[in-house]
Write a protein that binds this ligand. Structure first.
Ligand SMILES: Cc1cc2nc3c(=O)[nH]c(=O)nc-3n(C[C@H](O)[C@H](O)[C@H](O)COP(=O)(O)OP(=O)(O)OC[C@H]3O[C@@H](n4cnc5c(N)ncnc54)[C@H](O)[C@@H]3O)c2cc1C
Length: 627
């Protein structure tokens, strides 16, 4: 098998393979370091703030550590209507007062009630794009308190922020951070709202909506000295979506490490949390690709963050999660040569000829190949469903082979397919070859994925290589997975590794469990649409304390991916951040000592609580208070 040899990639080969020379004359001259978008040069200066308004919008102030709770609507500490109006004026009119997406379905929302609009919202409620385009809506309304769904119930703000700043420049973000800090407001950062654990929403909050910061600039030959990297790169505004980066990479003849979901914000929560990709088994994590970042800090200052400038923050901002140390306005990432990709899809299930035991034997067979497949640079994305008592369905969708043509893909997977055949499982493989990542992405991940539902809760686990190599551990792993699925769980599986990559910078805060993993499994628990709170609580508790507990037990010392994790994960500091947690916590105290930024399960969030919680179904619809 011809692998993709990173070490052979020199600047010359990068440019030759990517065809960058051909487009050179059409490109702008390279900008100066640090690279900044025009809107990043629109910054807040002390001159912009009159002495009279400095206590609201100025720098050099601290938040109010003496106050137990953040200001909340209706309370005396909440800013007056005049103050909000003044804030809006300083922003140039970028302030949006929240109206929940589904308010159109509720007559009590008066002027916003609109049956036609309600119908549109209802029909597209499970489509991520609806929530991406809204300043306040997250994709997991369970954790917003199910406060305003298009079908039934009441419509209140619940876990929605009270106001959002539709940020179009750095100055507006600085104003929002300063105002939140000075007025003791809860501050939220919302990009797309994909976060599994409602980290981009919050009751009574001022939200910074980064969606409009969606510029993409191709840098033909990045040569800022701090990284030692020379080669192609992309500078991405923090609102850029994965699909937009892939399309830009196609245009310039390169490849970029992005996620599998089209609308995930690559330069927002994706990179902040680590970022796994169909290219990770070849090139490492999304966070490993970062060359430099532009950031508004909790004190309102705007800084460049890289190996030389705020190196401790540079380490933390790549892997330790969003909404913790500041608001990233843009990220510059490495680009790689365009590569071909081949994909394989197939499905099979239990049948009169395939018993449940045989089905699970087939999963063992696949697991035995996990290390080999991932080490070759391949990525497997698959589902296992329970479709009845002792009846199961496996869907490979797809097996993704980086830098391989179809013959190479077949030769890689043939032993696995032979093993399936030996179990009596005949599959019809559907193989497609593509000339580039973008084209493979278009073919293999047509989307959209389903979000916005309130009948499920998920958790996850990273499984290290030895779980699939040591026969005893493999047995235990298989039994733990079978237990969960046999009891009604849904498995979304990734056969993946974080490949070592000498070109990238892998000295960052990505959960160390990623570096040893050969699989990342997401596990979903479901309940009927009309379930009572008690049923939801029971299902969530079972997920955490039974199904995932067994997964933890068979992979001690590993962890999971904070961005797609169980919000009830016990010992989340260890599981989401590994041994880095103490260092990350001390950086939180250094840069944000008074908690301007908070998000559930983010570093330092254990110092806070949200009022009015229901056991096993935490939500962001209460008041945020210090412990
Ligand atoms: C359907 C679906 C598919 C997914 N597929 C993948 C995948 O293939 N690979 C993968 O790794 N993950 C995947 N995820 C998880 C996803 O990467 C994370 O949820 C990620 O945090 C989303 O980031 P976002 O900016 O798009 O979303 P948001 O929910 O808006 O933000 C997520 C977090 O980052 C913070 N944040 C966002 N922007 C900034 C910023 N500019 N500065 C500071 N903080 C910020 C938010 O406050 C929040 O805490 C998927 C999630 C879903 C729902």
């Amino acid at each position: 098998m011809t692998g993709f040899n990173l070490r052979s990639l020199t600047l010359t080969t990068l440019i030759a393979v990517s065809g960058v020379e051909a487009t050179k004359s059409k490109l702008n001259p390279p900008p100066q370091c640090p690279y900044r978008f025009a809107w990043e040069n629109v910054q807040l200066s002390s001159r912009d703030i009159s002495p009279f308004d400095a206590f609201l919008f100025g720098f050099n102030t601290s938040s109010k550590p003496s106050l137990k709770c953040k200001a909340f609507p209706g309370e005396s500490s909440w800013p007056s209507a005049q103050t909000w109006a003044k804030f809006n004026k300083t922003l140039g009119g970028a302030l949006i007062k929240t109206v929940p997406l589904a308010a159109a379905c509720y007559p009590e929302w008066g002027e916003y009630y609109n049956p036609e609009e309600c119908q549109r919202v209802r029909e597209s409620w499970t489509n991520p794009r609806l929530h991406v385009e809204d300043p306040g809506s997250g994709m997991f309304p369970l954790y917003q308190g199910r406060s305003c769904l298009p079908d039934g119930g009441n419509c209140t703000l619940g876990g929605y922020a009270s106001y959002s700043v539709a940020a179009a420049n750095v100055k507006q973000i600085q104003l929002a951070v300063n105002f939140a800090r000075n007025a003791n407001l809860r501050l939220v950062v919302k990009n797309t709202g994909h976060d599994f654990n409602a980290k981009s929403v919050g009751a009574g909050a001022l939200s910074v909506w980064t969606h409009k910061l969606n510029d993409i600039q191709f840098v033909e030959d990045y040569k800022c000295a701090h990284s030692g990297y020379r080669g192609p790169a992309f500078k991405l505004g923090s609102g850029v979506l994965t699909e937009q980066v892939y399309a830009a990479a196609e245009k310039y003849g390169v490849s970029v490490v992005g996620g599998e979901c089209r609308t995930v914000g690559i330069a927002g929560g994706f990179i902040a949390g680590g970022g796994h990709s169909p290219l990770s088994s070849l090139l490492g994590m999304g966070a490993d690709q970062v060359l430099s970042m532009e950031v508004v800090l909790p004190d309102g200052r705007f800084v460049t963050v890289n190996e030389r400038s705020y190196p401790d923050l540079f380490w933390a901002l790549r892997g330790a999660g969003g909404s913790t140390y500041g608001i990233v306005t843009s990220v510059t990432v490495r680009a790689y040569p365009r590569i071909p990709v081949s994909t394989l899809t197939f499905a099979y299930g239990t049948s009169p000829n395939v018993t449940a035991d045989t089905f699970w034997e087939s999963i063992r067979v696949y697991m035995k190949y996990f290390d080999r497949f991932a080490t070759t640079g391949a990525y497997g994305y698959f589902f296992v469903f329970n479709i009845g008592p002792d009846q199961f369905l496996f869907i490979m969708t797809p097996f993704w082979a980086n830098n391989m043509n179809s013959a190479q893909l077949i030769s890689l997977v043939q032993p696995y397919l032979n093993d399936l055949a030996n179990l009596g499982i005949e599959i019809t493989p559907n193989i497609t070859s593509y000339p580039s990542v973008f084209q493979a992405y278009q073919g293999a991940f047509p989307g959209p994925e389903t979000v916005g539902t309130v009948d499920n809760h998920s958790g996850s686990r990273l499984f290290p290589k030895e779980n699939f190599q040591d026969p005893r551990k493999l047995n235990d792993t298989l039994a733990a997975v079978r237990h969960a699925i046999s009891n009604g769980g849904i498995l979304v599986g990734y056969n993946i590794r974080s490949a070592p990559n000498a070109i990238a910078n892998q000295n960052n805060a990505v959960n160390p469990a990623w570096r040893k993993a050969r699989a990342f499994f997401i596990l979903g628990a479901t309940w009927p649409a009309n379930a009572t709170l008690a049923q939801i609580q029971q299902a969530s508790k079972t997920l955490t304390t039974d199904w995932l507990a067994k997964w933890r037990a068979v992979s001690p010392g590993s962890g999971t991916y904070m961005s797609e994790a169980d919000i009830n994960e016990p010992n989340w500091q260890r599981e989401f951040y590994g041994e880095y947690y103490p260092r990350l916590y001390s950086l939180k105290k250094k840069y944000d000592p008074n908690g301007v930024f908070y998000a559930p399960t983010a570093v330092g969030s254990e110092d806070w609580y949200v009022t009015g919680q229901k056991e096993w179904v935490p939500s962001q619809d209460g008041k945020l208070c210090r412990k």
